[in-house]
Design a protein around this ligand. Structure first.
Ligand code: SAH
Ligand code: SF4
Length: 344
């Protein structure tokens, strides 16, 4: 296990056990969480002797290798990360106007099996550990991409790795560590009623995004088998209850799929759901892939959906694709599983 995610107390004990002064733990902590350095050589106020000792007894990175894949337009960079057990995950750095967003993975693959999602098609391997979740952000920061916004929209279903995801969020939003703003963390879910209930029970108020697929249950089940055990009507009731308890944003993510969910009736049902939940809608055109058996809609259809929602007074944004050329857009993560590359 790497030391990422340990408390300062735990780190001090580790340092003491290795025969060093506890203050070295404080130095290490500062370099990692405040100054974004992940190699001992860069930690210049730690003596050479202590650097060598640390190297022997401590591992900072939870990863074996990280490969960078910038997109042609330079607006997205995919990180292909090899975990210690040689499994691969991906995260995506997205350039915003004056900060970077990290689309972070919560699982290696995903067991939810949405029919339009490459991660679902790739299948599920395992949950990510706390250090592997935090590590994605630390790596991006250490590469000079200061992450100001975090979205759990990479590989996996965060609600199915609840404990680790929220432990990682608590850690990263602590002022003692990276001090990320809680308001700038969004967890995206395909909608697990029990887990939304858990958010309510634990009074965890966060920005939530709900992936709709289709607002009509009979149509939704064809795209998202999760509908069978977590019917959208019940999910919506639970989300409504959750939203009534706090003032964080709720977003409905709606992936437009040609011939499946873009007709007027489908968009009308989406508008009704958004109004009931007082949510904004984020329209995403399907990111195609030869393993995904669906096609995106035309730009005309995409804009027609937007105009319809606007007329209904539903706040709507269109998520433009960034990084298509490197398979780094939402729902395309998992490419490195299909065609393993050697990480450098
Ligand atoms: N499992 C979570 C978070 C990861 S998926 C969830 O489903 O919400 C992140 C977003 O990508 C979801 O809104 C999902 O609907 C969307 N998505 C999946 N496959 C896609 C694809 N091929 N094109 C566009 N968006 C996709
Ligand atoms: Fe999993 Fe989300 Fe993809 Fe569905 S859309 S398979 S929940 S990652």
């Amino acid at each position: 296990m790497s030391i990422i995610g340990l408390s300062l107390e735990q780190l001090k004990n580790k340092i003491k056990d290795a025969g060093m002064q506890p203050f070295v733990a404080g130095q290490l902590w500062d370099w990692i969480y405040k100054k974004n350095k992940l190699t001992f050589e860069e930690m210049v106020n730690i003596s050479k002797q202590n650097q060598l000792k640390l190297k022997e007894v401590i591992e900072i990175s939870p990863f074996k290798a990280v490969e960078l894949l910038p997109s042609g337009e330079g607006r997205a960079i995919k990180l292909i990360i090899t975990l210690k057990d040689n499994k691969k995950i991906e995260s995506v750095i997205l350039k915003e106007r004056d900060y970077y967003t990290l689309c972070v993975s919560s699982q290696c693959g995903c067991p939810v099996d949405c029919k339009f999602c490459l991660t679902g098609i790739v299948g599920f391997t395992r949950n990510l550990e706390v250090d592997e979740i935090i590590g994605q952000v630390l790596v991006a920061n250490s590469l000079g991409y200061h992450i100001g916004n975090l979205v759990f929209m990479g590989m996996g279903e965060p609600m199915l790795n609840f404990d680790n995801v929220f432990e990682a969020i608590d850690f990263m939003t602590s002022l003692d560590t990276m001090g990320m703003s809680k308001r700038r963390v969004t967890v995206s879910t395909s909608g697990f009623i029990k887990n939304i209930q858990r958010l309510i029970d634990e009074k965890r108020y966060i920005n939530l995004a709900f992936s709709v697929g289709h607002a009509n249950p009979e149509k939704r089940v064809r795209l998202m088998p999760i509908e069978k055990k977590n019917p959208i009507m019940e999910v919506a009731t639970k989300l409504h209850e959750y939203q009534s308890l706090h003032n964080r944003k709720l977003t409905l993510e709606y992936t437009l799929i040609d011939g499946m969910n873009e007709d007027d009736q489908a968009i009308r049902e989406l508008a009704r759901l958004a109004k009931y939940l007082d949510a904004k809608v984020n329209l995403i055109n399907l990111n195609p892939h030869h393993k995904i058996p669906f096609k995106p809609v035309s730009t005309k259809v995409l804009h027609r959906a937007r105009v319809f929602l606007e007329r209904e007074k539903v706040p709507v944004t269109i998520r433009f694709r960034k990084g298509d050329d490197i398979s780094a857009a939402c729902g395309q993560l998992g490419e490195s599983h299909l065609a393993p590359k050697t990480a450098s």
